[in-house]
Design a binder for this molecule. Structure first.
Ligand SMILES: [Zn+2]
Length: 49
């Protein structure tokens, strides 16, 4: 599992997602934001080492 730092493009909220696939290749994902309380686009800021 890799910890990825994601940032919601709507509210700027940063949080960590644990997944086994490489988000760096995707660059941007559509995911639920607990701050917006809806699905939004998220930028992949990078890996947490
Ligand atoms: Zn948000």
């Amino acid at each position: 599992m890799t910890k990825w730092v994601l940032q919601c493009e709507e509210c700027g909220n940063k949080w960590i997602l644990d997944v086994s696939f490489d988000l760096e290749k995707i660059g941007r994902i559509f995911h639920y934001c607990s701050n917006c309380r809806k699905n939004t686009f998220h930028k992949v800021l990078g890996k947490m080492e």
